[in-house]
Design a binder for this molecule. Structure first.
Ligand code: SF4
Length: 288
């Protein structure tokens, strides 16, 4: 069986930066708190936990005093920074630069919209860590939409500025922009609508690349954590182009895949999938 790993899969620079920051702090002190999973991949989280990383939730974070806490690439709302200052918690801020810029842009738009009785609309997954951080820039007043079907939440007689979570689908975002534009046009108020393309290039480019990769093999093993939005999105694209695509989050799941008669397998993954895990998958397949 020919087994090939996609060279473009694996950690994006935002995740690499967060993991490097964690490993540096762990080398210095042997222990570090991280607010939420550092990356949506249980295998990588487990590897870092063995080095002393301790994942905590918001409730535990609120009780910490005089500690060091890593902020992951997804970023955090302003509340987290205020709480840290109040409780003498030192933050190692590994918010991805792309997310940081988006947070600042949304904060500026929120102030502008507030003055104009307008709305900030965010295309994203409700409750996702990045979206929580983005909503925090709007004092929770932003409107989160996850598809065209959610657009009834928007008032098309008031100004609106639209942004996207960085890891969302370009296709769905394009549909949302078109639908919002058409609803504003229908009431003759198209000048009230403004949108920004804030899908991370690392994610947007992956859509085309992953389909070009997936179509070349008889079967595709897509390696990703189940909580990764980017993983679920990219897997869906793989499956559209190659119906024999299988989602795998740990090695044990390889036993359930029918490999009989398959002579070539492509291995790929999300921006949160570690290369070492895809290599382990390749080793297991090579031994079959
Ligand atoms: S996907 Fe893009 S925005 Fe998100 S962490 Fe990676 S580089 Fe940053």
């Amino acid at each position: 069986m020919r087994v090939v790993i996609d060279k473009d899969s694996g950690f994006c620079f935002g995740v690499v930066h967060a993991i490097e920051a964690a490993e540096k702090a762990l080398r210095e002190e042997g222990h570090l708190f991280c607010l939420g999973d550092i990356v949506h991949n249980n295998e990588e989280v487990r590897r870092l936990e063995e080095k002393g990383l301790q994942i905590i939730d918001e409730e535990t974070f609120d009780k910490l005093r005089d500690a060091r806490v890593l902020i992951r690439a997804h970023g955090e709302p302003p509340r987290t920074y205020a709480k840290a200052e109040q409780n003498r918690v030192e933050l190692i801020d590994a918010t991805c630069q792309v997310v940081l810029k988006l947070q600042r842009d949304i904060a500026a738009s929120y102030r502008r919209m507030k003055a104009a009785d307008g709305q900030v609309v965010i295309y994203g997954k409700q409750g996702h860590a990045e979206v929580v951080g983005l909503l925090g820039q709007t004092c929770q007043e932003g409107i989160v939409v996850s598809s065209v079907g959610d657009l009834d939440k928007v008032d098309f007689h008031r100004p609106a500025v639209l942004y996207s979570q960085t890891t969302q689908s370009v296709e769905e975002y394009t549909k949302i922009i078109a639908e919002m534009r058409s609803r504003f046009q229908a009431v003759g108020l198209e000048t009230l609508f403004e949108y920004h393309d804030t899908i991370c290039r690392r994610v947007a480019n992956r859509a085309r690349q992953i389909q070009e990769f997936a179509v070349q093999y008889e079967a595709v093993i897509f390696v990703s954590g189940e909580k990764s939005s980017n993983g679920l999105y990219l897997f869906d694209l793989c499956r559209q182009i190659n119906p024999r695509s299988y989602f795998v989050s740990h090695l044990g799941q390889l036993d359930d895949i029918p490999f009989e008669g398959i002579s070539s397998v492509g291995i790929c993954g999300a921006t949160s999938t570690p290369m070492w895990l895809m290599q382990r998958v390749a080793e297991v397949l090579a031994a079959k």
